[in-house]
Design a protein around this ligand. Structure first.
Ligand code: ATP
Ligand code: ZN
Length: 503
C-alpha cells in the first residue's frame, strides 16, 4: 500500500518525581537523578530526533508533589520552573497534587507553562480547572494527550478535595476517544493510574487498555513500577518510568498512515551506579549503569538557587540520636518502632491527650544516628499534617481498633498508637488498655490524631463523627519541640516496645 505519510514520534516520560529536583545519594549510589541531569537527557534526545525530522513529546505522569523538604517548603516551585525550562509538554494531576489545599494547586497550575491535565476530575468550587486533554499538532502528525487521575484519590486525599470528584476512567476515556479519533492520528493517555494491583473503585492502566479501544499509548504513573520493557495489552503500548526521576522512559514510534508500525522502549537510568568494591587505597569504586549525564548548566543554576533559599533553615540541628530511629516503610506499616512510638508520644505530650492515633503510612523515613536536622524531621513527616483533638467514648475508640485490626500489614492505614496498648487475634480485638486500664465504653477519652485520619483518611471514616477541632499545630514542629524540650536534644535510647500485638 502507498504510504501517505510517515512520521517518527519519541515520547520521553517521567512520573512520581515527588520533589526529587536535585540529585541525591543513597548508600552505595552517590548522585542519582535530579532534573538538571534529566534536562541534559531531554536536550540530547530532542537534538537526535529532530535531526531526523522526528518529533519529541516530554510528559510527566503525575505526583510531582511531596517528598523532598526543599521542594515541599516552596510548594514545588523549583520543580515546576525546571519543567518549564525543559519544555515539558504536559503533566497529569496525580493524587499527591492534592496533598495541599486546592488553592496551592491552582497556583502551581498558573506557574506551569505546560497544562496539568485531568479529564475525570471535577471541582464544583471551580478552583482547580484542569484541561481534559491537549492536542499537539506537529504538521504531519497530530497527537492527543488525555490526562487521567486515579479514582482512588477520593479515598487517598480526603482532606483538601472539598467536594471535588473523580469520574470513572473507563467511561471518561471511551467518550473522549470517540470525540478525538477523527481529529488526531495518535491517542496517548497520560495516566496517573498505576499498573497494579487491581482493586475496588479504581481503574489500573492495564484495565484501561483492556476495556477501551482506540488508545495507542498509555504513559503511566502512581504504582512506582520499574518497567524493564514496554507492556502490550490489547494492542496498547503501556510504559512507566519507576519513580523519583531515576529513569527517564524513552518510547520511539514509527507511524505510517496513522498506524504505529514499530515501537521500541527503554528506560534511561539517570546517573544510577553500581558499587564495584574498593580500590587499593580503600576508596569506593562505582560504575555507571548506561552512561553518565552532566547536569544542564542553566537548570542546575536555577535549582541550586532554590535549594539555597531553604538550606539554612533545613540544616538547623535540633538534637542528636545515638540510635537508628526506625521509620522503615515495611516496619512502620506492620509494628511499633521506636520512631513511631516517639511520634505518638510527642502528639500525646503536646495536647495532654489520653490516646494518640497515627497512620503508619504517614511516617516516611528513618533518622540515622548522628545530628538530627529540621530536614530529617520533614523527611520523616512531609505532609504538613496538623494535630487534631477528638473527644471520644470508649465505645467509639473500640470501633477504631476494630477497623485497625483488619488492616493488612504493609498498608499505610496500619495504626501506630500512644497511651494505649492492645491486642488482636485473627483480626478481632481481644484486649485494649489506656494507661494500663481496660477501655471503659462509657468513659470519654481525649484522643489526638492527625488531620488526615480525622478527615477519614486511610479508611478511618469513624473518626469523622466525634466532636473535635484542629489545633493547627504541625506534626513535624511538634516532633522537633518534643525532641528539644522533653528529650533534651539527645536520644540515647527510646521505647520500641510493641504497643499493638497481633496474633
Ligand atoms: P503514590 O506516590 O504513587 O501516590 P503513595 O506514596 O501515596 O503512592 P504509599 O507509599 O502506599 O503510596 O502511601 C500511602 C499512604 O501514605 C497512605 O495510606 C497514608 O497512610 C499516607 N498518606 C498519604 N497522604 C497522606 C497525607 N496527606 N497525610 C498523612 N498521611 C498520608
Ligand atoms: Zn500516586
Amino acid at each position: 500500500t502507498m504510504i501517505l505519510f510517515a512520521a517518527r514520534l519519541t515520547i520521553l516520560h517521567i512520573n512520581d518525581t515527588h520533589g526529587h529536583a536535585w540529585a541525591w545519594s543513597e548508600t552505595n549510589n552517590p548522585n542519582i537523578g535530579g532534573f538538571a541531569a534529566i534536562a541534559t537527557i531531554v536536550e540530547e534526545v530532542r537534538k537526535e530526533v529532530e535531526a531526523l525530522n522526528g518529533h519529541v513529546l516530554f510528559l510527566h505522569a503525575g505526583d510531582m508533589n511531596t517528598g523532598v523538604p526543599e521542594s515541599d517548603m516552596l510548594d514545588a516551585a523549583p520543580d515546576i520552573v525546571a519543567f518549564n525550562m525543559m519544555r515539558l509538554d504536559a503533566m497529569v494531576l496525580g493524587n499527591h497534587e492534592f496533598d495541599k489545599p486546592k488553592e496551592v494547586l491552582a497556583k502551581q497550575m498558573k506557574l506551569a507553562k505546560f497544562p496539568m491535565l485531568s479529564a475525570n476530575f471535577h471541582d464544583p468550587e471551580g478552583i482547580v480547572k484542569p484541561q481534559p486533554y491537549v492536542i499537539k499538532d506537529f504538521g504531519d502528525l497530530k497527537v492527543a494527550i488525555i490526562g487521567l487521575t486515579t479514582e482512588e484519590t477520593a479515598i487517598l486525599e480526603p482532606l483538601h478535595l472539598r467536594g471535588a470528584t473523580f469520574a470513572n476512567c473507563v467511561e471518561t476515556t471511551k467518550k473522549l476517544v470517540e470525540e478525538l479519533k477523527d481529529k488526531v492520528d495518535i491517542v496517548v493517555v497520560l495516566a496517573h493510574l498505576g499498573w497494579g494491583p487491581e482493586g475496588e473503585g479504581k481503574t489500573t492502566s492495564k484495565q484501561l487498555a483492556q476495556l477501551v479501544d482506540g488508545i495507542h499509548v498509555i504513559v503511566d504513573g502512581h504504582s512506582h513500577t520499574k518497567f524493564e520493557e514496554a507492556q502490550a495489552v490489547n494492542g496498547v503500548i503501556v510504559v512507566q518510568a519507576w519513580e523519583w526521576g531515576k529513569y527517564v522512559g524513552r518510547l520511539d514510534l514509527e507511524i505510517e498512515n496513522g498506524k504505529i508500525v514499530s515501537h521500541t522502549w527503554r528506560p534511561i537510568p539517570v546517573n544510577l551506579k553500581i558499587h564495584k568494591g574498593k580500590d587499593a587505597q580503600g576508596k569506593d569504586i562505582y560504575e555507571f549503569v548506561d552512561k553518565p549525564y552532566e547536569e544542564h548548566f542553566y537548570v542546575k543554576t536555577v535549582l541550586d538557587y532554590f535549594k539555597q533559599l531553604g538550606d539554612e533553615q533545613l540544616n538547623t540541628v535540633i538534637g542528636k540520636t545515638h540510635i537508628l530511629l526506625d521509620g522503615e516503610r515495611a516496619n512502620v506499616r506492620s509494628k511499633s518502632t521506636n520512631l513511631a512510638n516517639m511520634i505518638c508520644d510527642a502528639m500525646l505530650w503536646k495536647v495532654n491527650a489520653d490516646v494518640a492515633l497515627m497512620n503508619g503510612g504517614g511516617i516516611r523515613a528513618s533518622i540515622k544516628p548522628g545530628d538530627i536536622t529540621v530536614r530529617d524531621v520533614l523527611t520523616v513527616l512531609p505532609f504538613g499534617n496538623t494535630l487534631y483533638v477528638l473527644k471520644m467514648t470508649g465505645e467509639q475508640l473500640m470501633k477504631v481498633l476494630e477497623y485497625a485490626a483488619t488492616v493488612k500489614e504493609g498498608q499505610g492505614a496500619f495504626l501506630q498508637v500512644g497511651g494505649l496498648t492492645w491486642r488482636s487475634v485473627d483480626g478481632k480485638v481481644v484486649e485494649a488498655k489506656v494507661k494500663g486500664e481496660p477501655i471503659d465504653p462509657n468513659r470519654v477519652y481525649v484522643v489526638v490524631t492527625n488531620n488526615y485520619l480525622a478527615g477519614g483518611g486511610d479508611g478511618y471514616t469513624m473518626l469523622k463523627d466525634p466532636a473535635g477541632y484542629d489545633t493547627g499545630f504541625r506534626l513535624d514542629s511538634v516532633l522537633v519541640e518534643f525532641i528539644q524540650a522533653v528529650l533534651k536534644g539527645e536520644i540515647k535510647d527510646y521505647d520500641a516496645s510493641l504497643r499493638y500485638v497481633r496474633e
